[in-house]
Design a protein. Structure first.
Length: 452
Protein backbone atom coordinates (compact mmCIF):
# COMPACT_ATOMS: atom_id res chain seq x y z
CA UNK A 1 0.00 0.00 0.00
CA UNK A 2 2.83 2.39 0.84
CA UNK A 3 4.50 1.62 -2.48
CA UNK A 4 1.26 2.32 -4.34
CA UNK A 5 0.89 5.60 -2.49
CA UNK A 6 4.39 6.69 -3.49
CA UNK A 7 3.79 5.76 -7.13
CA UNK A 8 0.56 7.78 -7.17
CA UNK A 9 2.31 10.85 -5.83
CA UNK A 10 5.18 10.48 -8.32
CA UNK A 11 2.70 10.20 -11.18
CA UNK A 12 0.91 13.32 -9.97
CA UNK A 13 4.20 15.19 -9.78
CA UNK A 14 5.14 14.05 -13.29
CA UNK A 15 1.78 15.24 -14.61
CA UNK A 16 2.26 18.64 -12.99
CA UNK A 17 5.78 19.04 -14.35
CA UNK A 18 4.73 18.13 -17.90
CA UNK A 19 1.78 20.51 -17.72
CA UNK A 20 4.02 23.29 -16.44
CA UNK A 21 6.48 22.70 -19.29
CA UNK A 22 3.61 22.78 -21.78
CA UNK A 23 2.24 26.07 -20.46
CA UNK A 24 5.68 27.66 -20.25
CA UNK A 25 6.41 26.67 -23.84
CA UNK A 26 3.14 28.20 -25.00
CA UNK A 27 3.84 31.39 -23.11
CA UNK A 28 7.41 31.75 -24.34
CA UNK A 29 6.14 31.47 -27.90
CA UNK A 30 3.60 34.23 -27.21
CA UNK A 31 3.94 37.94 -27.98
CA UNK A 32 5.52 39.10 -24.71
CA UNK A 33 7.62 36.36 -23.11
CA UNK A 34 6.87 38.24 -19.87
CA UNK A 35 8.44 36.50 -16.88
CA UNK A 36 5.63 37.62 -14.59
CA UNK A 37 3.22 35.82 -16.90
CA UNK A 38 5.31 32.66 -16.71
CA UNK A 39 5.22 32.82 -12.95
CA UNK A 40 1.51 33.57 -12.91
CA UNK A 41 0.75 30.56 -15.09
CA UNK A 42 3.15 28.19 -13.35
CA UNK A 43 2.24 29.01 -9.74
CA UNK A 44 -1.14 27.21 -9.76
CA UNK A 45 0.59 24.03 -10.89
CA UNK A 46 2.97 24.05 -7.94
CA UNK A 47 0.16 23.21 -5.55
CA UNK A 48 -1.29 20.38 -7.64
CA UNK A 49 1.21 17.71 -6.55
CA UNK A 50 0.92 18.94 -2.96
CA UNK A 51 -2.87 18.54 -2.99
CA UNK A 52 -2.73 15.08 -4.57
CA UNK A 53 -0.01 14.02 -2.13
CA UNK A 54 -2.02 15.32 0.83
CA UNK A 55 -5.16 13.47 -0.21
CA UNK A 56 -3.21 10.26 -0.91
CA UNK A 57 -1.41 10.53 2.43
CA UNK A 58 -4.67 11.05 4.31
CA UNK A 59 -6.20 8.03 2.56
CA UNK A 60 -3.15 5.90 3.35
CA UNK A 61 -3.19 6.94 7.00
CA UNK A 62 -6.91 6.32 7.33
CA UNK A 63 -6.37 2.74 6.11
CA UNK A 64 -3.73 2.08 8.78
CA UNK A 65 -4.42 2.19 12.51
CA UNK A 66 -0.86 3.40 13.10
CA UNK A 67 -1.81 6.65 11.42
CA UNK A 68 -4.58 7.55 13.87
CA UNK A 69 -2.47 10.04 15.79
CA UNK A 70 -1.25 11.70 12.62
CA UNK A 71 -4.80 11.86 11.23
CA UNK A 72 -5.91 13.66 14.38
CA UNK A 73 -3.70 16.57 13.35
CA UNK A 74 -5.08 16.78 9.82
CA UNK A 75 -8.33 18.40 8.80
CA UNK A 76 -10.80 15.61 8.04
CA UNK A 77 -11.79 15.37 4.38
CA UNK A 78 -15.50 15.04 3.79
CA UNK A 79 -18.07 15.64 1.11
CA UNK A 80 -21.32 16.51 2.89
CA UNK A 81 -24.38 15.37 0.96
CA UNK A 82 -28.12 15.16 1.46
CA UNK A 83 -30.42 12.58 -0.15
CA UNK A 84 -33.96 13.86 -0.69
CA UNK A 85 -37.05 11.71 -0.38
CA UNK A 86 -38.78 10.85 -3.65
CA UNK A 87 -41.78 12.98 -2.69
CA UNK A 88 -39.60 15.92 -1.56
CA UNK A 89 -37.12 16.76 -4.35
CA UNK A 90 -35.13 19.96 -4.14
CA UNK A 91 -34.91 20.44 -7.92
CA UNK A 92 -37.86 20.48 -10.31
CA UNK A 93 -37.09 17.55 -12.61
CA UNK A 94 -39.19 19.03 -15.41
CA UNK A 95 -36.70 21.91 -15.60
CA UNK A 96 -33.29 20.47 -14.79
CA UNK A 97 -30.19 22.68 -14.65
CA UNK A 98 -28.00 22.28 -17.76
CA UNK A 99 -24.76 20.35 -17.78
CA UNK A 100 -21.63 22.32 -17.03
CA UNK A 101 -17.94 21.47 -16.97
CA UNK A 102 -15.40 21.74 -14.18
CA UNK A 103 -11.77 20.82 -13.53
CA UNK A 104 -11.08 17.88 -11.18
CA UNK A 105 -8.11 19.78 -9.72
CA UNK A 106 -9.56 23.30 -9.85
CA UNK A 107 -13.25 23.06 -8.91
CA UNK A 108 -13.54 26.84 -8.99
CA UNK A 109 -13.42 26.54 -12.81
CA UNK A 110 -16.99 26.41 -14.09
CA UNK A 111 -17.55 26.57 -17.85
CA UNK A 112 -20.62 26.08 -20.01
CA UNK A 113 -18.55 24.30 -22.68
CA UNK A 114 -16.06 21.43 -22.65
CA UNK A 115 -12.35 21.88 -23.16
CA UNK A 116 -9.05 21.99 -21.26
CA UNK A 117 -8.75 23.64 -17.86
CA UNK A 118 -7.38 27.17 -18.38
CA UNK A 119 -5.13 26.74 -15.32
CA UNK A 120 -3.65 23.21 -15.55
CA UNK A 121 -4.78 22.10 -19.06
CA UNK A 122 -6.50 18.95 -17.75
CA UNK A 123 -9.71 17.83 -19.45
CA UNK A 124 -12.84 19.26 -17.86
CA UNK A 125 -15.49 16.82 -16.60
CA UNK A 126 -19.26 16.98 -16.97
CA UNK A 127 -21.43 17.82 -13.98
CA UNK A 128 -24.78 19.26 -12.97
CA UNK A 129 -24.94 22.08 -10.45
CA UNK A 130 -28.14 22.95 -8.64
CA UNK A 131 -28.88 26.27 -7.01
CA UNK A 132 -30.28 26.26 -3.49
CA UNK A 133 -30.37 28.22 -0.26
CA UNK A 134 -28.66 27.30 2.98
CA UNK A 135 -27.90 28.68 6.43
CA UNK A 136 -24.57 30.55 6.73
CA UNK A 137 -23.53 28.36 9.68
CA UNK A 138 -25.84 25.31 9.48
CA UNK A 139 -25.05 24.16 5.94
CA UNK A 140 -26.95 20.87 6.28
CA UNK A 141 -30.19 22.87 5.92
CA UNK A 142 -31.22 23.28 2.28
CA UNK A 143 -34.19 25.07 0.77
CA UNK A 144 -35.29 25.71 -2.80
CA UNK A 145 -36.41 29.23 -1.84
CA UNK A 146 -34.97 32.11 0.11
CA UNK A 147 -35.92 33.00 3.65
CA UNK A 148 -34.42 32.74 7.10
CA UNK A 149 -32.56 29.91 8.78
CA UNK A 150 -34.80 28.01 11.23
CA UNK A 151 -31.79 27.92 13.57
CA UNK A 152 -30.73 31.38 14.66
CA UNK A 153 -32.83 33.27 12.14
CA UNK A 154 -30.00 34.54 9.89
CA UNK A 155 -30.87 35.14 6.25
CA UNK A 156 -30.31 32.16 3.96
CA UNK A 157 -27.54 32.48 1.39
CA UNK A 158 -27.36 31.08 -2.16
CA UNK A 159 -25.12 28.08 -2.77
CA UNK A 160 -24.34 25.69 -5.62
CA UNK A 161 -24.51 21.94 -5.10
CA UNK A 162 -23.54 18.87 -7.12
CA UNK A 163 -26.77 17.27 -8.35
CA UNK A 164 -26.88 13.52 -8.95
CA UNK A 165 -29.40 10.70 -8.59
CA UNK A 166 -28.97 7.51 -6.59
CA UNK A 167 -30.94 4.37 -5.77
CA UNK A 168 -32.67 4.27 -2.37
CA UNK A 169 -31.38 0.73 -1.72
CA UNK A 170 -28.11 1.03 -3.65
CA UNK A 171 -26.46 4.30 -2.52
CA UNK A 172 -23.25 3.56 -4.43
CA UNK A 173 -25.11 4.24 -7.70
CA UNK A 174 -24.62 7.76 -9.03
CA UNK A 175 -26.18 9.18 -12.18
CA UNK A 176 -26.35 12.61 -13.81
CA UNK A 177 -29.85 11.80 -15.09
CA UNK A 178 -33.07 10.90 -13.25
CA UNK A 179 -34.82 7.61 -13.96
CA UNK A 180 -35.21 4.09 -12.66
CA UNK A 181 -32.51 2.34 -10.65
CA UNK A 182 -30.28 0.43 -13.11
CA UNK A 183 -29.74 -2.43 -10.62
CA UNK A 184 -33.26 -3.56 -9.74
CA UNK A 185 -35.27 -1.45 -12.19
CA UNK A 186 -38.15 -1.30 -9.76
CA UNK A 187 -37.37 1.89 -7.89
CA UNK A 188 -37.15 5.44 -9.08
CA UNK A 189 -33.87 7.13 -8.26
CA UNK A 190 -33.85 10.01 -5.78
CA UNK A 191 -31.97 13.29 -5.81
CA UNK A 192 -28.66 13.58 -3.99
CA UNK A 193 -27.21 17.04 -3.31
CA UNK A 194 -23.51 17.14 -2.53
CA UNK A 195 -21.51 20.03 -1.20
CA UNK A 196 -18.90 21.37 -3.60
CA UNK A 197 -15.53 22.55 -2.32
CA UNK A 198 -14.93 26.30 -2.53
CA UNK A 199 -18.56 27.08 -3.40
CA UNK A 200 -19.33 28.86 -0.12
CA UNK A 201 -16.92 31.68 0.60
CA UNK A 202 -19.50 33.65 2.56
CA UNK A 203 -17.95 35.28 5.65
CA UNK A 204 -19.45 33.79 8.80
CA UNK A 205 -18.42 36.67 11.06
CA UNK A 206 -18.80 39.64 8.71
CA UNK A 207 -15.11 39.75 7.73
CA UNK A 208 -13.09 39.01 4.59
CA UNK A 209 -12.90 35.36 3.45
CA UNK A 210 -9.84 33.96 1.65
CA UNK A 211 -8.70 30.55 0.39
CA UNK A 212 -5.18 29.22 1.04
CA UNK A 213 -2.95 28.13 -1.87
CA UNK A 214 -3.21 24.49 -0.74
CA UNK A 215 -6.92 24.60 -1.80
CA UNK A 216 -7.78 23.14 1.60
CA UNK A 217 -7.51 25.76 4.30
CA UNK A 218 -9.73 28.84 4.26
CA UNK A 219 -9.64 31.79 6.60
CA UNK A 220 -11.70 34.80 7.56
CA UNK A 221 -10.12 37.95 8.95
CA UNK A 222 -12.19 40.32 11.08
CA UNK A 223 -11.55 43.70 12.67
CA UNK A 224 -14.09 43.73 15.53
CA UNK A 225 -12.44 46.60 17.44
CA UNK A 226 -9.97 49.36 16.65
CA UNK A 227 -7.14 47.50 18.39
CA UNK A 228 -8.03 43.85 17.66
CA UNK A 229 -7.66 41.50 14.69
CA UNK A 230 -9.28 38.03 14.71
CA UNK A 231 -8.65 35.15 12.29
CA UNK A 232 -11.04 32.18 11.89
CA UNK A 233 -9.99 28.98 10.07
CA UNK A 234 -12.14 26.71 7.87
CA UNK A 235 -11.75 23.61 5.70
CA UNK A 236 -12.44 23.42 1.95
CA UNK A 237 -16.18 23.05 2.59
CA UNK A 238 -16.11 26.21 4.74
CA UNK A 239 -16.64 24.21 7.93
CA UNK A 240 -14.98 25.77 11.03
CA UNK A 241 -11.65 24.28 12.10
CA UNK A 242 -9.79 24.51 15.38
CA UNK A 243 -6.52 26.44 15.30
CA UNK A 244 -4.42 23.34 15.97
CA UNK A 245 -0.74 23.93 15.25
CA UNK A 246 -1.26 27.01 13.06
CA UNK A 247 1.14 29.83 13.92
CA UNK A 248 1.40 33.30 12.46
CA UNK A 249 1.56 37.05 12.90
CA UNK A 250 -0.28 40.17 11.83
CA UNK A 251 2.07 42.48 9.92
CA UNK A 252 1.09 46.12 10.37
CA UNK A 253 3.85 47.99 8.51
CA UNK A 254 6.36 46.99 5.84
CA UNK A 255 8.93 48.61 3.61
CA UNK A 256 10.15 47.58 0.18
CA UNK A 257 13.86 47.20 -0.52
CA UNK A 258 14.55 47.96 -4.17
CA UNK A 259 18.01 46.35 -4.15
CA UNK A 260 16.84 42.97 -2.82
CA UNK A 261 13.29 43.13 -4.25
CA UNK A 262 11.93 42.07 -0.85
CA UNK A 263 9.49 43.37 1.73
CA UNK A 264 10.80 43.93 5.27
CA UNK A 265 8.53 44.01 8.31
CA UNK A 266 8.63 47.14 10.47
CA UNK A 267 5.82 46.25 12.89
CA UNK A 268 4.06 42.94 13.57
CA UNK A 269 2.09 41.28 16.36
CA UNK A 270 1.82 37.52 17.03
CA UNK A 271 -1.44 35.72 16.38
CA UNK A 272 -2.41 33.99 19.63
CA UNK A 273 -4.88 31.11 19.90
CA UNK A 274 -8.06 31.76 21.86
CA UNK A 275 -8.52 29.71 25.08
CA UNK A 276 -10.90 27.31 23.32
CA UNK A 277 -8.71 27.10 20.18
CA UNK A 278 -11.44 28.27 17.81
CA UNK A 279 -9.67 31.37 16.47
CA UNK A 280 -6.42 33.36 16.43
CA UNK A 281 -6.20 36.98 17.51
CA UNK A 282 -3.67 39.80 17.71
CA UNK A 283 -3.58 43.04 19.67
CA UNK A 284 -2.73 45.48 16.88
CA UNK A 285 -3.23 48.84 18.61
CA UNK A 286 -5.45 51.65 17.38
CA UNK A 287 -4.89 53.43 14.07
CA UNK A 288 -6.79 55.39 11.46
CA UNK A 289 -8.97 53.75 8.83
CA UNK A 290 -8.53 52.20 6.36
CA UNK A 291 -6.33 49.58 8.02
CA UNK A 292 -4.14 47.24 6.02
CA UNK A 293 -3.13 44.05 7.82
CA UNK A 294 -1.04 41.31 6.22
CA UNK A 295 -1.29 37.88 7.82
CA UNK A 296 1.70 35.56 7.52
CA UNK A 297 0.81 32.08 8.73
CA UNK A 298 1.91 28.44 8.67
CA UNK A 299 -1.01 26.06 8.95
CA UNK A 300 1.36 23.35 10.16
CA UNK A 301 4.96 23.60 11.43
CA UNK A 302 6.52 22.03 8.32
CA UNK A 303 4.32 23.82 5.78
CA UNK A 304 5.16 26.97 3.82
CA UNK A 305 4.45 30.39 5.23
CA UNK A 306 1.51 31.93 3.37
CA UNK A 307 0.54 35.58 3.07
CA UNK A 308 -2.96 37.11 3.07
CA UNK A 309 -3.59 40.85 2.68
CA UNK A 310 -6.63 42.36 4.42
CA UNK A 311 -7.97 45.89 4.02
CA UNK A 312 -10.61 47.17 6.46
CA UNK A 313 -12.47 50.41 5.81
CA UNK A 314 -14.53 50.01 8.99
CA UNK A 315 -14.76 47.77 12.03
CA UNK A 316 -16.33 44.37 11.41
CA UNK A 317 -19.88 43.71 12.52
CA UNK A 318 -21.06 40.13 12.99
CA UNK A 319 -24.24 39.55 10.96
CA UNK A 320 -27.33 39.60 13.14
CA UNK A 321 -30.51 37.54 12.63
CA UNK A 322 -32.75 39.10 10.00
CA UNK A 323 -36.41 38.91 11.03
CA UNK A 324 -37.60 39.71 7.50
CA UNK A 325 -37.60 36.68 5.24
CA UNK A 326 -36.41 37.06 1.68
CA UNK A 327 -39.23 36.78 -0.81
CA UNK A 328 -39.47 33.17 -2.09
CA UNK A 329 -37.47 32.68 -5.23
CA UNK A 330 -35.81 36.09 -5.02
CA UNK A 331 -32.06 36.34 -4.80
CA UNK A 332 -30.57 39.15 -2.72
CA UNK A 333 -28.57 41.91 -4.37
CA UNK A 334 -25.38 40.48 -5.82
CA UNK A 335 -26.58 36.88 -5.68
CA UNK A 336 -26.24 36.50 -9.45
CA UNK A 337 -22.54 37.02 -8.99
CA UNK A 338 -22.41 34.35 -6.31
CA UNK A 339 -24.58 31.71 -7.85
CA UNK A 340 -24.69 30.15 -11.29
CA UNK A 341 -22.80 31.30 -14.35
CA UNK A 342 -22.15 34.99 -14.88
CA UNK A 343 -24.24 36.41 -17.70
CA UNK A 344 -22.97 39.47 -19.53
CA UNK A 345 -24.65 41.32 -22.38
CA UNK A 346 -22.52 41.08 -25.52
CA UNK A 347 -22.81 44.09 -27.89
CA UNK A 348 -23.22 43.41 -31.60
CA UNK A 349 -20.31 45.58 -32.75
CA UNK A 350 -16.71 44.55 -32.01
CA UNK A 351 -15.67 48.11 -31.16
CA UNK A 352 -18.36 48.22 -28.48
CA UNK A 353 -17.24 44.82 -27.17
CA UNK A 354 -13.67 46.14 -26.86
CA UNK A 355 -14.99 49.19 -24.99
CA UNK A 356 -16.79 46.90 -22.53
CA UNK A 357 -13.55 44.96 -21.98
CA UNK A 358 -11.82 48.26 -21.17
CA UNK A 359 -14.61 49.14 -18.72
CA UNK A 360 -14.13 45.80 -16.91
CA UNK A 361 -10.37 46.43 -16.89
CA UNK A 362 -10.94 49.78 -15.16
CA UNK A 363 -13.22 48.08 -12.63
CA UNK A 364 -10.54 45.48 -11.85
CA UNK A 365 -8.00 48.26 -11.35
CA UNK A 366 -10.27 50.01 -8.85
CA UNK A 367 -10.88 46.82 -6.88
CA UNK A 368 -7.16 46.06 -6.86
CA UNK A 369 -6.43 49.57 -5.58
CA UNK A 370 -8.99 49.17 -2.78
CA UNK A 371 -7.81 45.69 -1.78
CA UNK A 372 -11.21 44.17 -2.64
CA UNK A 373 -9.58 41.00 -3.97
CA UNK A 374 -12.58 38.71 -3.45
CA UNK A 375 -14.68 40.89 -5.78
CA UNK A 376 -12.21 41.00 -8.68
CA UNK A 377 -13.47 37.77 -10.23
CA UNK A 378 -16.75 39.36 -11.37
CA UNK A 379 -15.39 41.99 -13.81
CA UNK A 380 -12.45 39.72 -14.69
CA UNK A 381 -14.65 36.83 -15.83
CA UNK A 382 -17.06 39.22 -17.55
CA UNK A 383 -14.08 40.59 -19.49
CA UNK A 384 -13.15 36.99 -20.38
CA UNK A 385 -16.57 36.32 -21.92
CA UNK A 386 -16.50 39.64 -23.77
CA UNK A 387 -13.02 38.97 -25.14
CA UNK A 388 -14.03 35.51 -26.37
CA UNK A 389 -16.99 37.11 -28.16
CA UNK A 390 -14.52 39.03 -30.36
CA UNK A 391 -13.39 35.83 -32.09
CA UNK A 392 -16.14 35.74 -34.78
CA UNK A 393 -15.36 39.38 -35.67
CA UNK A 394 -11.62 38.93 -36.24
CA UNK A 395 -11.99 38.40 -39.98
CA UNK A 396 -12.94 42.07 -40.36
CA UNK A 397 -9.54 43.21 -39.04
CA UNK A 398 -6.30 43.48 -41.03
CA UNK A 399 -4.22 40.31 -40.82
CA UNK A 400 -1.58 41.75 -38.48
CA UNK A 401 -4.24 42.98 -36.05
CA UNK A 402 -6.07 39.64 -36.17
CA UNK A 403 -3.00 37.93 -34.72
CA UNK A 404 -2.56 40.64 -32.09
CA UNK A 405 -6.16 40.35 -30.87
CA UNK A 406 -6.17 36.55 -31.01
CA UNK A 407 -3.09 36.39 -28.76
CA UNK A 408 -4.46 39.10 -26.46
CA UNK A 409 -7.72 37.18 -26.01
CA UNK A 410 -5.79 34.04 -25.10
CA UNK A 411 -3.70 35.98 -22.57
CA UNK A 412 -6.74 37.69 -21.06
CA UNK A 413 -8.70 34.45 -20.63
CA UNK A 414 -5.91 32.77 -18.66
CA UNK A 415 -5.21 35.89 -16.62
CA UNK A 416 -8.92 36.29 -15.78
CA UNK A 417 -9.07 32.81 -14.27
CA UNK A 418 -5.87 33.53 -12.34
CA UNK A 419 -7.36 36.78 -11.02
CA UNK A 420 -10.37 34.78 -9.89
CA UNK A 421 -8.12 32.28 -8.09
CA UNK A 422 -5.55 34.70 -6.72
CA UNK A 423 -8.33 37.02 -5.54
CA UNK A 424 -9.61 34.17 -3.38
CA UNK A 425 -6.07 33.67 -2.05
CA UNK A 426 -5.94 37.28 -0.86
CA UNK A 427 -2.30 37.74 -1.83
CA UNK A 428 -1.73 41.20 -3.32
CA UNK A 429 1.55 40.25 -5.03
CA UNK A 430 -0.05 37.32 -6.87
CA UNK A 431 -3.09 39.37 -7.83
CA UNK A 432 -0.85 42.12 -9.19
CA UNK A 433 1.21 39.58 -11.19
CA UNK A 434 -1.96 38.22 -12.82
CA UNK A 435 -3.29 41.72 -13.44
CA UNK A 436 -0.05 42.71 -15.21
CA UNK A 437 -0.96 40.17 -17.90
CA UNK A 438 -4.69 40.95 -17.82
CA UNK A 439 -4.15 44.71 -18.15
CA UNK A 440 -1.65 44.31 -20.97
CA UNK A 441 -4.07 42.08 -22.90
CA UNK A 442 -7.00 44.46 -22.34
CA UNK A 443 -4.86 47.36 -23.58
CA UNK A 444 -3.86 45.40 -26.70
CA UNK A 445 -7.52 44.74 -27.51
CA UNK A 446 -8.41 48.40 -26.98
CA UNK A 447 -5.53 49.51 -29.23
CA UNK A 448 -6.49 47.11 -32.02
CA UNK A 449 -10.02 48.52 -32.20
CA UNK A 450 -9.07 52.17 -31.74
CA UNK A 451 -6.79 52.21 -34.80
CA UNK A 452 -8.36 53.32 -38.04
Amino acid sequence: MIQGHIVAVLLASTMVNSAAIRIQAETQNGPTGDQAHLNALADPLKTLAHRVALQQTKQHLSDNSSGDQVMAGLAQSKTPSVTRALDNPLVDESNLPPFSFTCPMHPEIHETHNGPCPICNMNLVETRRAEAWTCPVHSIILDAKGGNCPIGGRQLIPVRLALTWTCPDHPHVSSLEPGMCPIDGGQQMVQQLGSLPHEDHTPKHGGTFFMAPDNWHHLEGTYPASDRFVLHLYDNYSQPMVVGSAKGRAVLRETYDVDTDEMFELAAQPLVASPDGTFLEANIGSDNLPREISVKIRFDPTGPEERFDFTFTETTRTPSPNPTATAPGAFPAGAAATIGTLMVNIPDRPGEIAAEVSARDAHVQNLLRDGAFTEIWIPALEAKDLALALTPHLRHLPAERQLSVRLAVKELVRAAWLLDWYGDLGNRQRVESAYAVFGQAAAAIATAYSER
